[in-house]
Design a protein around this ligand. Structure first.
Ligand code: NAD
Ligand code: ZN
Length: 239
């Protein structure tokens, strides 16, 4: 199926980074200090107590910077580079797909292997008022401010309850609609609107191949569901 597909799109989630040592939300237990992550990573918490929210992200940011892309990230990067057509969509904010793409491309343009990062990039800051973007820096005192408008800077990720970037989402949906095969890797595909992406390919007449260590709500819809670790399955599937 992979060899015969005209156009392939891939949607990845936290599970693809598990073998890089990044805990999925469920594995992490969803707690940091005494806070529930679902309550901490919200616009209300950012408004009420920006320093605590920043400390959690600063902690997570430096942890993620120490993680490396695994064979699953590398296999996808090589696959899309070889095709020359972009098709990678991720819910992860860890930047590991981008790092794998840049490594695989060497001096060549990495565009085809760069992901659409639907939920943002934890290594980057964004102004909470005007949207200007900045490279992230280690947290200091006072909290970082926007050089353009003086607004509070925040990690450039989508918090619980916030909408996704409409342009990115439209691009991902168009990629999924144009594909005849959607690979769904390491995601429970339960968090909308990202979870709608495989369905877009399906409704356009395409097929789904799922790679996950467990069964999900997509397993019965997939043409093929491979139960296994992404880092072991993908090099074989795409190699
Ligand atoms: P999830 O935590 O809900 O689900 C992870 C999925 O990966 C599960 O279905 C699990 O069975 C599967 N899995 C675990 N290990 C695997 C492996 N080695 N190989 C293949 N599959 C494996 O994650 P989600 O569906 O991505 O949604 C949770 C949300 O949390 C997303 O919005 C995401 O942005 C965010 N998140 C991101 C990161 C990251 O950036 N790495 C980490 C945790 C959570
Ligand atoms: Zn600003």
């Amino acid at each position: 199926m992979v060899r015969g597909a005209r156009r392939v799109v891939a949607l990845t989630g936290a599970g693809i980074s598990a073998e890089s040592g990044v805990p999925t939300f469920r594995d992490a237990g969803g707690l940091w200090r005494r806070y529930r992550v679902e309550e901490l990573a919200t616009p209300e918490a950012l408004q009420r107590d920006p320093r605590t929210v920043w400390e959690w992200y600063d902690h997570r940011r430096s942890f993620l910077a120490s993680c490396e892309p695994n064979p699953a990230h590398h296999a996808l990067a090589r696959f899309f580079l070889g095709r020359g057509v972009a098709g990678l969509i991720t819910q992860n904010v860890d930047g590991l797909h981008t790092r794998a793409a840049l490594e695989a491309a060497g001096d060549a343009p990495a565009d085809a292997a760069l992901p659409v990062e639907l939920h943002g990039v934890i290594a980057r800051d964004r102004c909470n008022s005007c949207g200007a973007r900045y490279p992230g820096e280690p947290l200091g005192d006072p909290l970082p401010r926007c050089a353009d408008c003086g607004g509070l800077r925040r990690p450039d990720v989508i918090l619980f309850g916030e909408s996704l970037d409409g342009t990115l989402l439209a691009r991902a949906q168009a990629m999924a609609a144009a594909a005849d095969l959607c690979l769904v890797i390491g995601t429970g595909a339960e968090v909308y609107p990202a979870a709608a992406i495989p369905w877009t390919t399906r409704h356009a007449g395409g097929d789904i191949i799922e790679v996950n260590t467990q069964a999900t709500s997509l397993t019965s819809v997939a043409a093929v569901a491979v139960q296994g670790k992404a880092g072991e399955v993908l090099p074989e599937l795409l190699g």
